[in-house]
Ligand binder design. Structure first.
Ligand SMILES: *Cc1c(COP(=O)(O)O)cnc(C)c1O
Length: 424
């Protein structure tokens, strides 16, 4: 469920008619619903209410500081994968002891920053990383809580680019080597084992891979405890999928996911951490765009819109589906025809949808790409020298620009010409 609904034939974000935002901010623009973001966070929080837990929002899904502030104020922790994301979370007022630092390639500088400013735990992904963190922590005179991300070798049955829990992925250490690795950590100064971490992929629409992975983590908990390691926390990652097409069967909901967690690891007495990103932000955001031209091609019609693959790369990168709807609701009985909906970028991959049935649209008409809140704005670029897409947050009947569209001059003035080229 989200808060993008038609009222009197106009698509609204909560109580705000989207054409008002288009007039004010222009298009393309991302629009987020605060009520939807909060609702999704609370569903996860409630799903784990049977025991001690912390829902750490995966910042990479949608990392605007305003979104982090909204969720952080509601009690969310944060899962970050870079110093930049860590700084965003802190700028949003999230305390260090609610921030988990994940990622396969943390640098020494990043470690130093989070150790100096406070972190709940660092999820380690390799032996060289453990040794480096041990040295850094020792030099800084601190002891850092750590988990090891284990790779459980389960097939998440998702898109190959977002599967992370198979033995041929770059993530974590093979679960079969976990005992050795924990034994080494126990000997390293500056590190304090607090638990185990696992994350098997994104956009999972079946609970079975989660169940398999969590069962392996439960077994490992017993083994590591017997070896004398204090396993008090289980970080179970993110990855629960969302319904991108309204016509499809809905994936499992957070309460069912919470039940699987309870069944597989609930008896261990551990504090549970989860790191959902997509499910919190995905359906909480749309990308609003205007049509520029309607172009009749050979046997197909193109709707050329002012958003492009640089603003929303998911269709080009993952072949992802987004529902696309007109902001002014189509009257019942209107004839529809198939359109290829494409952006202006000079690549054939700049196609949002093929053969999508829509009522005829004219230049300047507004449309929304739904379910664009996660891995949308955060993956935007300036390809084709298109300024970074702006973001707007709606809450009730208020809205605010939370990231302004840079002017073309601002974009260009970041480039500098070397002295030797300016010499006449
Ligand atoms: C990407 C990622 C997440 C979030 O995944 P979603 O599918 O957005 O829920 C959580 N944890 C880690 C370590 C990740 O890399």
């Amino acid at each position: 469920m989200d808060h993008f609904l038609y009222r009197d034939g106009i698509l609204h974000a909560e109580n705000v008619p989207l054409p008002a935002i288009a007039r004010d901010v222009g298009t393309p623009v991302y629009v987020y619903s605060a009520a939807t973001l909060l609702r999704h966070f609370r569903l996860f929080d409630e799903a784990l209410s049977w025991g001690p837990h912390l829902v750490c929002y995966a910042v990479k899904a949608a990392s605007n500081v305003a979104i982090l502030k909204l969720l952080g104020d509601a009690g969310a922790g944060m899962d970050v994968v870079s110093e930049g994301e860590y700084r965003r979370a802190r700028a949003a007022g999230v305390p260090g002891d609610r921030i988990v630092f994940s990622g396969v390639g943390k640098t020494e500088a990043e470690m130093r920053h989070v150790l100096a400013h406070g972190v709940r735990q660092i999820n380690l992904e390799s032996e060289p990383e453990m040794r480096l963190l041990s040295r850094v922590a020792t030099e800084m005179g601190v002891t850092v809580p750590v988990t090891v991300r284990v790779n459980p070798d389960v097939d998440a049955k998702t898109h190959e680019k977002i599967a992370t829990g198979r033995s041929d992925n770059k993530f974590g250490i093979p679960i079969a080597r976990a005992r050795e690795v924990y034994a080494e950590i126990a000997k390293l100064a500056g590190l304090r084992v607090v638990g185990i971490d696992v994350h098997i992929g994104s956009q999972l629409t079946d609970l079975e891979p989660f169940r398999q992975a969590y069962r392996k983590v439960a077994d490992l908990t017993g083994i590591l405890r017997a070896d004398g390691h204090p396993i008090e926390r289980l970080d179970l990652g993110g990855g629960l999928g969302i319904p991108y097409a309204r016509s499809n069967l809905a994936p499992p909901v957070p309460s069912e996911y919470g039940q699987v967690i309870r069944e597989e690891v609930g008896h261990l007495g551990c504090e549970i951490e989860i790191e959902p990103g997509r499910l919190i932000a995905g359906n909480a955001g749309i990308l609003m765009t205007s049509t520029i031209y309607m172009k009749e091609g050979e046997g197909r019609d193109f709707l050329i819109v002012d958003a492009a693959m640089n603003d929303l790369i998911r269709p080009a990168m993952y072949g992802a589906h987004h529902d696309i709807v007109p902001i002014v609701e189509t009257a019942p009985g209107t004839d529809r025809r198939p359109y290829d909906i494409v952006g202006p970028v000079c690549e054939s991959g700049d196609t949002f949808a093929k053969g999508r049935d829509m009522a005829p649209l004219g230049a300047g008409d507004l449309i929304a790409m739904r379910s664009a809140g996660a891995y949308g704005a955060v993956m935007a670029s300036e390809y084709n020298s298109r300024p970074l897409v702006p973001e707007v947050l709606v809450q009730g009947d208020r809205y605010a620009v939370i990231r302004a569209r840079p002017t073309l001059d601002e974009m260009i003035s970041r480039d500098t010409i070397p002295q030797w080229l300016s010499e006449a």
